[in-house]
Design a protein around this ligand. Structure first.
Ligand code: DAH
Length: 352
């Protein structure tokens, strides 16, 4: 029964080819084509079986034909699946070109106000000042009362306050701090002299925003309390600061002024860095630029924080960081500092 053997032989072959196709792995377009030629091509394995089918006895042909058709479908499905995979792979490979040079990561620059603040800290830390900080949301006591601003006193109008909570009396009010002098009070409450500290921080005032004013800005407060601290110490400290900040030729002058928390009080000008004191539109042809307020800490302020004003004396000063930055970098519009325009921000380098 030769035809039966033929059929059994055919079954065997179909099984073999099927197993071979099952084990086959295709990863590239070339391998896919090799698979197609080997199994489905005109001289491929499936075609060869159809050729062999001619020799199968008529009575067995139908069954044998079905077997081969089944195999062809199986191999075709396998081919389609391989094709899908390979084509998708090449699509994503196109999207993800691993040979492309990477995007450059741009390094940012430090904000000019950070640079100036760091420089101020650096200068004062060289003569023994520590750095201290306090909260931006402050109570009346620390922002006003302990600093000798009497309740209802017009001196409070010097600074337009953003209130957070209105109290029954001014003493219960909570506000955004209007100056970093509030940190002085916190330092005096928490430690006994000698005290030598600077307090950098953000402050808020209810001002219309313009080139010359903003509703928030930055200050650095200074406080020095010990036995026998004199006005001469204050003056020399500020002269040292001006020379370190603006250069050896910088000069300062003090003009009498008024602050509730210092007595006597002064405003300090530095010789104009822009025109070397020759007179320009920034210094309004005076040769001088105002940079800070200062004075000897009022005994009332010391006593409010339980420091004995008979034993101790001290000086304090407060400067605007934007103001110093303006002089250092010749920026004449305050708004630029908070607009975050990278074309502006990229111009400053630390040099530190
Ligand atoms: N707090 C003042 C202001 O914001 C600045 C100031 C003046 C601070 C005199 C002081 C000082 O410590 O002694 O205008």
């Amino acid at each position: 029964m030769w035809w039966l053997e033929l059929r059994v032989g055919m079954e065997h072959k179909v099984k073999e080819i099927r197993e071979e196709a099952e084990k086959y792995a295709v990863n590239t377009i070339e391998e896919l084509e090799a698979f197609r030629i080997s199994f489905l091509g005109s001289k491929g394995k499936v075609k060869a079986l159809f050729t062999d089918l001619k020799n199968v006895d008529q009575s067995q042909k139908r069954e044998a034909g079905q077997l081969i058709n089944g195999l062809r479908e199986f191999v075709q499905e396998k081919f389609d699946a391989f094709k899908d995979r390979v084509e998708n792979k090449s699509k994503t490979a196109k999207k993800l070109d691993l040979s492309r040079p990477g995007d450059q990561i741009e390094i940012g620059t430090r904000h000019p106000l950070s640079l100036v603040r760091s420089e101020i800290i650096e200068i004062f830390s060289r003569i023994g000042f520590t750095v201290s900080e306090g909260p931006e949301i402050e109570d009346d006591w620390h922002n006003f009362s302990a600093l000798n601003f009497p309740a209802e006193h017009p001196a409070r109008d010097m600074q337009d306050t953003f209130f957070i909570e209105k109290g029954k009396t001014p003493k219960d009010e909570i506000a955004l701090r209007t100056h970093t002098s509030s940190v002085q009070v916190r330092m005096m409450e928490n430690s006994q002299p000698p005290l030598r500290t600077i307090s950098p921080g953000r402050v808020y005032r209810n001002e219309a925003i313009s080139a010359r004013a903003h509703c928030f800005f930055h200050q650095v407060e200074g406080l020095y309390i010990d036995k026998n601290v004199s006005f001469a110490d204050l003056k020399q400290t500020l002269l040292y600061f001006a020379k370190e900040m603006f250069g050896e030729n910088a000069q300062i002058r003090l003009r009498p002024s008024y602050f509730p928390f210092t007595e006597p009080s002064a405003e300090v000008d530095v010789s104009c860095t822009i025109c070397n004191s020759k007179g320009c539109n920034v210094c309004k042809y005076t040769g001088w630029l105002e940079i800070l307020g200062c004075g000897m800490v009022d005994p009332n302020v010391l006593e409010a924080s339980n420091i004995d004003s008979k034993t101790f004396s001290g000086f304090a000063f407060g400067m605007g960081v934007e103001r110093i930055a303006q002089l250092k970098y010749k920026v004449n519009d305050l708004r630029l500092y908070s607009e975050n325009d990278v074309r502006f921000l990229r111009q400053f380098t630390s040099g530190m």
